[in-house]
Design a protein around this ligand. Structure first.
Ligand SMILES: C[S@@+](CC[C@H](N)C(=O)[O-])C[C@H]1O[C@@H](n2cnc3c(N)ncnc32)[C@H](O)[C@@H]1O
Ligand SMILES: [Zn+2]
Length: 406
């Protein structure tokens, strides 16, 4: 039964998201000046902008449930208002248990209320623990979860080790990182310190952010003789999110470690290439323009989307009416194509800027690349981005040709 006397000791309101109702802080009440970031000013964290992130999580976890084809358990150890975990119990088929937790007492009270408000108290357990402590308590074989969702403030790195230990074989780890300044190379030292890889401020730095995070996850899991496959990832304005399927076994772990390496990048002509050799001398001379190149990494060089996983998510999305369904349809269609496309993308504005030419349309550029015998795909990371195996100087020449013909 819902506790009729329940009252928050701060301004709050009831919102609807997905299939649930939730009491959340009334954000407007916590904004004192225009620069205030309301979600973190409120006594309990709630960010309406992350609805898309939560919707996509519902789809990804449902896709995972369809793959394993059994009842599943989910842990969300940094839950805030509880809206995410409550949604998992309400919206994903065959979820037998969701354990949510927060270090803040007020958050725990609110999350408990939100579970009861949706009559899900039998399947949603709310704990008041440090995330690492909760996850470590679930490290023993029969206590592990099928899915762990790590959605913290900033970097998820402090939680990775305990999250991995709390996952059973063939489980799924979902991780959000909002610290894009380190991951995109604005604070390079912080990225090396936290993620163990050097970032690079390139036009495709958001993809590098995903690859640095995935590389860090692969390194942490390998220590436990666990291998990973990145089944889905995406980036929006202020965060990256990575979905990783894990598999127990030293061979699988060795396989993932082999997928770590470096991205070499030429800031003069935009050429880029991958290498697994940390002492690769090709960095000294760009094969396209002979300039000295820079590098990012170690990072994850393998796929960052799985085509079949994207298709399963799209299938779920087709019969759910989220507020964000349209956006998600577009994102999944792009990701499905990107799954098979070359790593990294060129950004047309950047090339046009260098050549002092007008920016052509993405469609026209995709067409001219295809007509010239190259694969070419758009990317969800950047609406002006193109993935292609065409060499950097060829991309430049084709852009010049296109502009000249216009
Ligand atoms: C970004 S918010 C979570 C948002 C939530 N996942 C959602 O989708 O609405 C991060 C939460 O982590 C909690 N937190 C911070 N450090 C923690 C820790 N060490 N253990 C557990 N919770 C923690 C904060 O109180 C906050 O509620
Ligand atoms: Zn070059």
């Amino acid at each position: 039964m819902v506790d009729a006397d329940f009252k928050t000791d701060f301004p709050s309101e009831t919102v609807k998201e997905g299939k649930v109702k939730a009491v959340v802080p009334k954000l407007k009440a916590f904004v004192k000046q225009p620069s205030d970031y309301a979600p973190s000013k409120a006594p309990v964290f709630y960010n309406p902008v992350m609805e898309l992130n939560r919707d996509i999580s519902v789809l990804a976890f449902q896709a995972h449930q369809r793959i394993v084809n059994k009842e599943i358990s989910i842990c969300e150890p940094l839950t805030g208002s509880g809206i995410r975990g409550v949604r998992f119990a309400a919206e994903i088929h065959r979820v037998k248990k969701v354990v949510i937790s927060d270090i803040s007492e007020r958050a725990v009270k609110l999350a408990k209320y939100n579970a009861r408000l949706n009559e899900l108290q039998d399947r949603v357990t709310v704990q008041h623990k440090d995330a690492r402590c909760l996850l470590s308590c679930h490290g023993a074989p029969r206590k592990r979860f099928d899915i762990v969702d790590v959605d913290p403030f900033g970097s998820p790195v402090p939680y990775l080790d305990s999250a991995i230990r709390a996952l059973r074989n063939n489980g799924l780890l979902a991780v959000t990182a909002t610290d894009l300044a380190p991951l995109c190379g604005v604070h390079s030292k912080a990225c090396v310190r936290k993620y163990g890889g050097k970032p690079l401020r390139t036009e495709y730095c958001h993809e590098l952010a995903v690859r640095l995070l995935a590389g860090c996850i692969a390194t942490v899991t390998a220590k436990h003789d666990i291998g990973i496959r990145v089944v889905f990832s995406h980036c929006t304005a202020h965060y990256v999110r990575v979905y990783v399927a894990i598999g127990y076994g030293a061979k699988k772990a060795d396989g993932s470690v082999k997928n770590l390496g470096y991205m070499l990048h030429c800031f003069n002509c935009f050429h880029r290439e991958t290498t697994r050799n940390p002492f690769d001398q090709r960095i000294e001379k760009c094969p396209e323009c002979s300039s000295k190149m820079d590098y990012a990494g170690p990072l994850w060089l393998e796929k960052i989307f799985d085509k079949r996983f994207c298709e399963l998510m799209a299938k779920e999305n087709a019969h759910i009416a989220f507020r964000n369904s349209g956006k998600i349809t577009k994102l999944l269609a792009l990701a499905k194509e990107e799954a098979e496309a070359p790593a990294t993308y060129y950004v047309l504005d950047k090339i046009s800027d260098k050549l002092a030419l007008p920016v052509p349309s993405v469609d026209a550029m995709l067409q001219i690349l295809c007509d010239s015998g190259f694969q070419a795909f758009p990317t969800h990371f950047n609406s002006r981005g193109i993935r292609t195996e065409a060499p950097a100087l060829t991309v430049q020449k084709l852009l010049q040709k296109l502009v000249a013909a216009a």
